[in-house]
Structures are given as C-alpha cells and as structure tokens.
Write a new protein. Structure first.
Length: 327
C-alpha cells in the first residue's frame, strides 16, 4: 500500500519552498489519479476477458451498467485526447500522421493503418521490435496490406479512429505508465496494438509471430540496457540526496534509448529534466531524427492532407513536433 508519508517525503525532496512543494503535490496527485484510472481499467478488461457482463462490472464499481460502459468502452472519434498527444514523441506523432495517410481511401482509421504507420517509421523501436520478432523479413507488412479493404471509399472531413484503434491508443498510455514512462513512444503504441486483441493489427501480428509477451520483453530489455548504461556512465553524480522525479527518469531513459538504438550519431546523453506537463523527450541538439525516406508504402508525411495532422501541431513549449526530439 502506498504510504502518505512516502509521498510527502518525495515531494519535500523535490523543492525547498512551500508553494513549489504545493505545485509538486498537485502534479503528483494528478499522476496518482491517472494511475488509479488505469489500474481499474486493467481489471475491467480482465473481467471482460473472463466473461463478466457489463451489469456485473457496473455492480462491482458501484455504478449502473450504462455508466460502466460509458467510462470504459471506447467510442469512434476523430481526435486523440490532448493530454495524451502532448506526451507523444516526434516519431509517435509521425506514426499517427502516416496512419491517416494509409487510411486516405477509408472511412475510418483502424489498427491496420496504425500498424502500417509503425512499420513506416522504420527508425522507431516498434519497427525494430517487429523486424526482430516477425517470422520472415517484411512478412508483417505483406500480411497487413492483404487485410486492407480493397474498395476505395470517400474519406469524411473528420475521419474517426475506430473503437478498436482508440482502445489500442488508450492501452499504449497504460503500457507507458506500466513501464514508468511519462512519454508515449512507438514501442508503447505497438504494445497497445497487441493488447487490443479484437483489432486487425493484433491478429496480423500474431500470425507473423509477434506476440505481446515477446515484444514487451524485447522493449524492456532495450530500455533496461539503455538506462543501465546511462546510470553507469553517470555514477559520479549519484548520492544519497540525488533523487529524480518520474518525469526526469523517463526523460533520461528515453534520451539514452535514442542514443543507443535510434541515432548512433548522438554522442552524449540528456541530463536535463523537462517540465512535467511536457513530453519527456531529448532536445533536438542531442538527437537529430533521421531523414524521412519515402518508399512505395511510405509517402512523405507532409503530403497528408488531413488538417488534424499531429506532426504539424504545436507542443506546449511553442515548438512543432518536427522540432521535438525523435523517440
């Protein structure tokens, strides 16, 4: 059980004056609320997989069946919640834009389009994980292309994500929180897609040998190796009073993953801590994203005509996603 004393001590160690501590306490309270929501959501999903009805789940939650469904059943929507989008790394935002592009002849954006976006963002940890685990080189792309609807349809002005796709993106947030990350990288989106078992993408990935267990193990091994390497190289700065926030640890870990896995040209890790309400990413001066190389299945993102293209959205610090660091 979480002890109040532990929380008080944690906040007190991060600031010297009372008002800053109060702000930190509010920030921590929000993080705990989010963790609580996903804790409940995890067991709601478990109950549903076990055959529990929404009426039974509602009774356990102390609400009506309708209230339980409204809270936990994803709905089609053309938008991604801004608090979540603010945490997306540049590569993750590009994945969403690429998914929109692949769905340009569809009425909705499905998990299959999201998977194609992950594959197109070949420098991301998700694409690297798929390449390592799939049965044959390129087998996942071939399989998902074969599952696309061959009939071209008119894309609506506000093209929605399917309910399965919204669920996958929700589970991506949960996977990030499970790993202690305040950012949402392509690896988290992949894990969310694999957990959304009713979606087309999860089915395709399973047929090509990419399972959630294997993908999670690979991602966590890469993260642990990267963070371990950073800690070893910075042991001199450690000490009994050297405490870091969750957001700070995430920033350091993800920047180091960039250095070790994505951008071999980077020469130093990131040690600065971004504001807690901003994506935990490395500054562009440290990690430069690789040039976007179009292929037959990967047109330039800038050609996507959808106005909601997240790549062109502005982050809280006033920069666009293309100016943020890659994951």
């Amino acid at each position: 059980m979480i002890q109040l004393t532990d929380l008080i001590v944690t906040v007190a160690q991060e600031a010297d004056d009372a008002l800053t501590r109060l702000a930190k306490a509010v920030e921590m309270s929000g993080q705990l609320n989010e963790l609580g929501d996903h804790l409940i959501g995890h067991f709601v999903d478990e109950a549903r997989r076990g055959g529990a009805s929404w009426a039974e789940i509602g009774e356990s939650l102390g609400v009506t069946k309708q209230a339980a469904q409204k809270r936990f059943v994803p709905r089609e929507s053309p938008e991604i919640s801004k608090p979540f989008m603010d945490r997306y790394t540049q590569r993750s935002r590009r994945v969403i834009a690429l998914a929109r592009h692949h769905a340009r002849f569809s009425e909705r954006i499905g998990t299959e389009h999201l998977l194609l976006g992950l594959l197109d963002e070949s420098g991301g940890l998700a694409a690297k994980t798929i390449a390592k685990l799939e049965a044959g080189e390129g087998s996942t792309r071939i399989a998902v292309l074969n599952r696309l609807d061959a009939e071209a349809k008119q894309r609506p002005e506000k093209q929605p994500f399917t309910a399965h796709c919204k669920k996958a993106l929700e589970l991506a947030v949960r996977e990030a929180l499970r790993m202690g990350h305040m950012f949402i990288g392509t690896e988290h989106i992949l894990l969310g897609v694999l957990l959304a078992t009713e979606g087309t993408a999860a089915d395709v990935l399973h047929t090509t040998g990419v399972t959630h267990a294997a993908a999670a193990a690979h991602v966590e091994a890469v993260v642990n190796q990267a963070v371990g390497g950073y800690a070893t190289g910075n042991r001199a700065g450690a000490g009994p009073g050297n405490h870091h926030s969750i957001a700070s640890r995430s920033a350091v870990g993800h920047a180091t993953i960039n250095q070790m896995v994505v951008d071999q040209a980077a020469t130093r890790p990131v040690v600065s801590s971004p504001a807690a309400d901003q994506p935990a990413v490395a500054p562009a001066s440290v990690v430069q994203p690789a040039a976007h190389e179009p292929t037959a299945h990967q047109p330039p993102v800038s050609q996507d005509p959808v106005s909601q293209d997240p790549v062109n959205q502005t982050s809280p610090d006033g920069t666009t996603a293309d100016q943020a660091a890659a994951d």
